[in-house]
Design a protein around this ligand. Structure first.
Ligand SMILES: *[C@@H]1O[C@H](CO)[C@@H](O)[C@H](O)[C@H]1NC(C)=O
Ligand SMILES: *[C@@H]1O[C@H](CO)[C@@H](O)[C@H](O)[C@H]1NC(C)=O
Ligand SMILES: *[C@@H]1O[C@H](CO)[C@@H](O)[C@H](O)[C@H]1NC(C)=O
Length: 478
C-alpha cells in the first residue's frame, strides 16, 4: 500500500480536506505539500549528480575480491524461488538492448554496473528520496560482496503500481520490457525488488530495517502475548484507497463490536511531537494486527508481521518480494476483502478461543520476518536477483555516455539531516565473512501449483469456518 502518493497528490489537490492535509505514501501519510513545494523539493539524486559534491571522486582502492573465511553456504529461504518466476518471461530468449530501452518509458533511472563500479543515468524525478535510497542499497551489496556482482544494465521505476501488463506480452514473440520496481501483481510482469525503506524512510523518520527490527524485538518482550489487548488493531492512513476507507466501518462502536480498533495516523501531529507515538517498537501491544494494502503494497507490512501478534491479512492485490513465501494459517490469518468486519470479528473470537494457536501463528509470522527477511537475506535476495537477471542479458553492458559513477562516499557527501544519519546507520561496514546463500532451484510447475493450491485451500478453510459461524449466529437471532 504504499504508496502511491504521487498520483494521489495530483488527482487530489482539490480534495485536500479529504486528505486531511496529508499526503500518504505507502500507507503512511506524511505532511501535505503544496504542489509548488512538491516540485521544489530537493531532488537528492540529481543534486548529487549535478551538485558541488560531484567533484567528490570515488576512491580507487575499493576491494575487488571477496575471500570469506567461512566457506559454508546455506540454502536461501524458499521465497527466493520467486526470483526464477519473476525472470521467467526472459528465460528462453534473453533480454536484448532494445527490450531494455523500451523499459525507459517509465523508468526513473538506469543503473549500470561495469567491473564492480556503479553508474547511473537519471531520467525523471522520483517520489521523495526513493531513488536515492534504492541506489544506496544497491551500493551496499557491492560492499558486502565485493567483486561478486556481474556487469549489468537495468531500468528502475520508483513509482508504486506495476506497469508491464502480462496480457500485452505473452506468446512466443513477446518482448516484454524488463522493469524493476517495488511491487507487482498477478497481471503484471514487473520485477520486484526490495523497497527503499530497508535503508530507512527519512520522510517519515522510519529507521533502517536492521535497527527497526531490533526495536520491534525489544518491544515484543515488553508485553506477553496473553497480556496484549485481545482486539484487532490497525493504525494508518485510510484515505489512500477505498478498501482502507471501507475498513473504517469495522471500528468498535456501542452498537457493533467487531473486535476491532482502528486509528488514523496523524503525521503532522506526530512530526510536531518528534514522532514519539509512532515508534514501531511500541506498537506491538495488541494480540492481532491488521495488514491492509493501500494505493499499492504497503511498506507497513514487515513492521506489522514482526510483532509476534497474529497478523490479520486482508486479501491483497499487490505483492512485494517476500510475501509470496508466506502461507495463510501458518504465518498469518486471512481476512476477506469483501466482508471485512464479519471476517475480523470471527478471526479475533477464534484467536481468543484458541490462544495457543493464535500465538503460534503470530510467532511463526514474526520468525519468518526476523530470520528469512533479516537484512542479510534482503541483500542475498538482491544479489541473486541481480545475478540471475544479468545472466539473461544478450548484450555487453557498457558505461553510458554522460552517466555518473556512484559510490557511497559520493552519496554521503551530498546529504544531511536524518537522511545522512540513516545512510551512515545502514552502511555495510565490512565485507561479508561468508558467501551469499545458495539460491534454491526454480519450482517445477507441479510443485508451484501445489504450493499455491495449499495457500488457497487454507484461505478457503477459514472462509468455511467463518460462514458456519455466521450462519449459526444469524440462525440464533432468527
Ligand atoms: C475507533 O474507536 C476507538 C475507540 O472508541 C476510538 O478511540 C478511535 O478514534 C476510533 N477510530 C476512528 C477511526 O474513528
Ligand atoms: C468461541 O467460544 C464460544 C464459547 O464456547 C463459542 O460460543 C463461540 O462460537 C466460539 N467462537 C469461535 C469463533 O470459535
Ligand atoms: C486442496 O483442497 C482440495 C479440495 O478439498 C483437495 O482435493 C486438494 O488436495 C487440496 N490441495 C492441497 C495442495 O492441499
Amino acid at each position: 500500500m504504499l504508496s502511491g502518493g504521487f498520483f494521489l497528490c495530483f488527482c487530489c489537490l482539490d480534495c485536500e480536506s479529504l486528505l486531511h492535509n496529508k499526503y500518504v505514501f505507502a500507507g503512511v501519510s506524511i505532511p501535505f505539500f503544496h504542489k509548488d513545494r512538491l516540485h521544489n523539493q530537493e531532488d537528492y539524486l540529481l543534486g548529487c549528480i549535478k551538485g558541488k559534491s560531484f567533484k567528490k571522486t570515488c576512491p580507487k582502492d575499493y576491494p575487488t575480491k571477496h575471500n570469506p573465511t567461512n566457506q559454508n553456504s546455506n540454502i536461501c529461504p524458499s521465497y527466493f524461488r520467486w526470483i526464477h518466476e519473476d525472470l521467467k518471461p526472459w528465460k528462453e530468449k534473453g533480454i536484448t538492448k532494445d527490450m531494455l530501452e523500451k523499459a525507459k518509458k517509465t523508468a526513473n533511472f538506469k543503473l549500470v554496473i561495469v567491473k564492480g563500479k556503479v553508474y547511473v543515468e537519471k531520467y525523471r524525478k522520483s517520489i521523495q528520496t526513493r531513488d536515492f535510497f534504492t541506489l544506496w542499497g544497491i551500493l551496499q551489496i557491492l560492499r558486502l560482496y565485493p567483486g561478486k556482482l556481474p556487469d549489468l544494465e537495468l531500468m528502475f521505476d520508483c513509482e508504486d503500481k506495476p506497469v508491464v501488463p502480462l496480457d500485452k506480452f505473452h506468446g512466443p514473440n513477446a518482448k516484454p520490457p524488463p522493469l524493476f520496481r517495488y511491487c507487482s501483481d498477478q497481471w503484471s510482469l514487473d520485477i520486484v525488488f526490495p523497497d527503499w525503506s530497508f535503508w530507512g524512510w527519512a520522510e517519515t523518520n522510519i529507521k533502517p530495517w536492521e535497527n527497526t527490527l531490533k526495536d520491534i524485538k525489544e518491544g515484543n518482550k515488553k508485553t506477553n502475548w496473553k497480556d496484549r489487548v485481545p482486539y484487532a488493531y490497525w493504525k494508518g492512513n485510510p484515505y489512500v484507497s477505498p478498501t482502507r476507507q471501507n475498513l473504517l466501518q469495522c471500528n468498535v462502536t456501542l452498537e457493533n463490536d467487531w473486535n476491532t480498533l482502528l486509528y488514523i495516523q496523524d503525521w503532522v501531529q506526530e512530526s510536531n511531537q518528534g514522532y514519539k507515538k509512532s515508534s514501531l517498537g511500541d506498537q506491538c501491544t495488541h494480540r492481532y494486527k491488521i495488514y491492509i494494502e493501500g494505493w499499492a503494497w504497503s511498506v507497513s507490512e514487515k513492521y506489522i508481521l514482526a510483532c509476534d501478534s497474529m497478523t490479520l491479512f486482508v486479501r491483497s492485490n499487490y505483492h512485494d518480494f517476500f510475501i509470496r513465501g508466506m502461507v495463510p494459517l501458518q504465518h498469518y490469518w486471512p481476512i476477506r476483502d469483501n466482508s471485512k468486519c464479519t471476517s475480523l470479528k470471527f478471526a479475533v473470537e477464534w484467536g481468543n478461543n484458541h490462544t495457543h494457536k493464535a500465538q503460534e501463528i503470530g510467532e511463526a509470522g514474526s520468525k519468518f520476518i526476523q530470520e528469512d527477511l533479516d537484512m542479510n537475506n534482503v541483500y542475498n535476495y538482491m544479489f541473486h536477483l541481480l545475478n540471475e537477471y544479468a545472466k539473461l542479458l544478450m548484450f555487453k553492458p557498457t558505461i553510458p555516455r554522460g552517466a555518473v559513477e556512484f559510490c557511497p562516499e559520493k552519496l554521503l557527501s551530498c546529504t544531511n539531516g536524518n537522511k545522512r544519519m540513516f545512510m551512515e546507520e545502514s552502511m555495510v561496514k565490512v565485507p561479508s565473512d561468508s558467501n551469499p546463500c545458495t539460491i534454491p532451484p526454480p519450482y517445477d510447475p507441479l510443485s508451484l501449483q501445489e504450493f499455491l493450491e495449499r495457500k488457497a485451500n487454507s484461505t478457503k478453510q477459514v472462509e468455511i469456518w467463518e460462514d458456519e459461524y455466521w450462519q449459526i449466529k444469524e440462525g440464533a437471532i432468527v
